[in-house]
Design a binder for this molecule. Structure first.
Ligand code: 13P
Length: 251
């Protein structure tokens, strides 16, 4: 049984005071999520990582990026030891906004994932196609490359516990959702690709859908066999809608 996972990606939002307020209020709904067997987490900006972790240490907290080198002349970057220093052991890797605006490639994602596993950390590896690729029927080809290269040469024991997020770029922040059938089809395709590469690690790896997930549609996605949770942007920013995401998926 794969534990359901609802993860909020805050992107470049929230001052530390706002992140603290959210973390304070999350104490209560984290308990509710635990009682119902749902794991929840958030990915704040670097500046708010420690405040969220300190205020609610039981919340899973992820960074939105990291560098694969331990230290050195990489102005503006944050290393894995720096994250561990803040007790942060989850990181989102290869979000489409990082691929589009900051030159992230499948190869750099692979280096980052290897570096994270070397420190026993958990990556949430994002993949997904552009609108043009979707319209040209290239989705599976793109996803295959992202998975084959991004997850190359890893240990099965590590892959088993990682998280992958399918986020079609055309559905991010657009209000234009992929249907639950598309989400299921691609999440199941990703699981098959992981199976080809790492055998039964595919049974425990958790695969999330992301892209305009809201309290009103989250249940439909999670009712699909291969969708183990959601990576949520806009609807994760307000405490009330984050709470509703959890309430709407429990029985
Ligand atoms: P939205 O939920 O705002 O569409 O963002 C999705 C996303 O990019 C999560 O990583």
């Amino acid at each position: 049984m794969r534990t359901k996972l609802i993860f909020g990606n805050w992107k470049m939002n929230k001052l530390t005071s706002e992140a603290r307020e959210f973390a304070l209020q999350s104490v209560e709904f984290k308990k509710y999520a635990d009682e119902h067997g749902v794991q929840i987490g958030v990915a704040p900006t670097f500046t708010s990582l420690s405040v969220v972790k300190e205020v609610n240490p039981s919340l899973t907290v992820a960074a939105q990026n990291c560098h694969f080198e331990e230290k050195g002349a990489f102005t503006g970057e944050i290393s894995i030891p720096m994250l561990l220093d803040l007790h942060i052991d989850w990181v989102i890797i290869g979000h489409s906004e990082r691929r589009t605006y900051f030159g992230e490639t499948n190869e750099t994602c692979n280096k980052k994932i290897k570096a994270l596993f070397a420190h026993d950390m958990t990556p949430i590896y994002c993949c997904g196609e552009t609108l043009e690729q979707f319209e040209n029927g290239l989705t599976k080809e793109v996803i295959k490359e992202q998975i084959n290269v991004g997850l190359a040469d890893l240990y099965k024991e590590h892959v088993k516990n990682m998280v992958i997020a399918y986020e079609p770029i055309w559905s991010i922040g657009t209000g234009k959702n992929a249907s639950k059938e598309i989400a299921q089809d691609i999440c199941s395709y990703i699981r098959d690709l992981v199976k080809e590469m790492y055998g039964d690690a595919s049974e425990t790896v958790r695969i999330l859908y992301g892209g305009s997930v809201k309290p009103e549609n989250v249940r439909a996605y999670l009712s699909e066999k291969d969708v183990d949770g959601a990576l949520v942007g806009g609807a994760s920013l307000k405490v009330d809608s984050f709470k509703q995401l959890i309430e709407n998926i429990v029985d």
